[in-house]
Design a binder for this molecule. Structure first.
Ligand code: HEC
Length: 137
C-alpha cells in the first residue's frame, strides 16, 4: 500500500516534470519566435520608410505616401496590391512612374515592399495638392 502511493506520487511528479518541459519548449516557440519575427519585420518596415524618403518616392507620393497631384496615395496600397505586385511596380515602374529596378538592391526593394504592404488604411479620397505643400527648395 505504502509503496503504491509512493510510486503514484513519483509518477505524478514525473508527469509534472514532462508538463513543465513541454511548456518551456512550446512556450519559447510560441512566444519568442513570433516576437523575433515581428521585430525583424518592424526593422524592415523602418528601413523601407527611410528608403521611401531617400530614394525620392516622396517626391511624387508625398510624405509617408499620402499622395500628391503627381502620384496616388499609397496609404491603402497594402489592401489594393499583394507584395509581389508592389515589388513589380517598384522594379518596373508604371505609366507615370519610373522604374527603380536599377536604382535599388533586392533588399531595398524588399524593405520598401514591407513598408508599403503594411499600409492598409481605407482611403476615402485621395489627398489634394493643397494638403501637400511642395517641398522643393
Ligand atoms: C515620378 C513620380 C513617381 C516616383 C518618383 C515614384 N512613383 Fe510610385 N507611382 C507614380 C504614379 C504616377 C503611380 C500611378 C500608377 C502608374 O503610373 O504606374 C505610381 C504607383 C505606385 C504604386 C502602385 C500603387 C497602386 O495602388 O497601384 C506603388 C506601390 C508605388 N508607386 C511605389 C513607389 C515607390 C516605392 C517609389 C520609390 C522607390 C515610387 N513609387 C516612386 C509616380 C511615382
Amino acid at each position: 500500500m505504502k509503496l503504491g502511493r509512493a510510486s503514484v506520487r513519483s509518477a505524478i511528479g514525473r508527469l509534472l516534470l514532462v508538463f513543465v518541459a513541454i511548456c518551456l519548449v512550446f512556450g519559447s516557440v510560441n512566444f519568442f519566435s513570433p516576437a523575433a519575427a515581428h521585430a525583424a519585420s518592424k526593422a524592415m518596415r523602418r528601413q523601407g520608410a527611410a528608403l521611401f524618403h531617400q530614394k525620392g518616392c516622396e517626391h511624387c507620393h508625398g510624405v509617408d505616401g499620402i499622395g500628391t497631384e503627381r502620384a496616388p496615395s499609397l496609404s491603402g496600397v497594402g489592401r489594393a496590391l499583394h507584395k509581389p505586385e508592389i515589388a513589380r511596380q517598384i522594379h518596373n515602374g508604371g505609366k507615370q512612374m519610373p522604374a527603380f529596378g536599377n536604382a535599388l538592391s533586392d533588399d531595398e526593394v524588399k524593405q520598401l515592399v514591407e513598408y508599403l504592404a503594411a499600409k492598409k488604411k481605407k482611403v476615402a479620397k485621395p489627398a489634394t495638392a493643397a494638403s501637400v505643400p511642395d517641398s522643393k527648395n
